[in-house]
Design a protein. Structure first.
Lengths: 117, 114
């Protein structure tokens, strides 16, 4: 079955430190890959997405993610974390359903990021 | 502000009752999606409508139903409510019906079933 895994439930980093959030998926073909951020009391906001082409994608707020087909991973990175990055981060995957254009996303369980001053 | 509005913000109701959640998509968006976020199940896709037609279905219970109206707003109806239905329900919208289009999420409706 298709699935998305975020192994880290909670990550704590110091402000200014680098960040990497992990995401792994299980699927027979290349899926559509997304990272969303959810601030407390807010809806989700798209950070970046990967459909094809260059495996390193740049997003908003200084985030980037790298698609590694051999590892079925799409990890999110940021070189220097700011206190305002504290939020919950969700990896999401869209699995193509035989040519029909659907919008169904499967989300990971989320990773809560805490930033220490 | 994503441009997607959801009403009400909070809803408290008793088991066995029926509620309706409303979503207004961004201007010009044809697709509406409904998601349920709970501590137990995480964030789960329920259903997608595109220009009034059901496009994709996820883990939506039979007690739940949705529709998209000609003005493109959508309603999610939850009936015979159980304690486990307590969750945050998000609506999202996108211009088209596929993954290419970014989904813009509303602020959510928090449902508490007592």
């Amino acid at each position: 079955a298709q699935s998305v895994t975020q192994p880290d439930i909670h990550i704590t980093v110091s402000e200014g430190a680098s960040l990497e959030l992990r995401c792994n998926y299980s699927y027979g073909a290349t899926p559509y890959l997304f990272w969303y951020v959810q601030s407390p009391g807010q809806g989700l906001q798209l950070l970046l997405k990967y459909f094809s082409g260059d495996t390193l994608v740049q997003g908003i707020k200084g985030f980037e993610a790298e698609f590694k087909r051999s590892q079925s991973s799409f990890n999110l990175r940021k070189p220097s974390v700011h206190w305002s990055d504290a939020a919950e981060y969700f990896c999401a995957v869209g699995f193509n359903a035989g040519g029909t254009s659907y919008g169904k996303l499967t989300f990971g369980q989320g990773t809560i990021l805490t930033v220490h001053p | 502000d994503s441009g997607v509005t959801q009403t009400p913000k909070h809803l408290i109701t008793a088991t066995g009752q029926r509620v309706t959640l409303r979503c207004s998509p961004r201007s010009g968006d044809l697709s509406v999606y409904w998601y349920q976020q709970s501590l137990d199940q995480g964030l789960q896709f329920l259903i997608q409508y595109y220009n009034g037609e059901e496009r994709a279905k996820g883990n939506i219970l039979e007690r739940f139903s949705a529709q998209q109206f000609p003005d493109l707003h959508s309603e999610l109806n939850l009936s015979s409510l159980e304690l486990g239905d307590s969750a945050l329900y998000f609506c999202a919208s996108s211009p088209g019906g596929g993954f290419i289009d970014e989904q813009y999420f509303g602020p959510g409706t928090r449902l508490t079933v007592t």
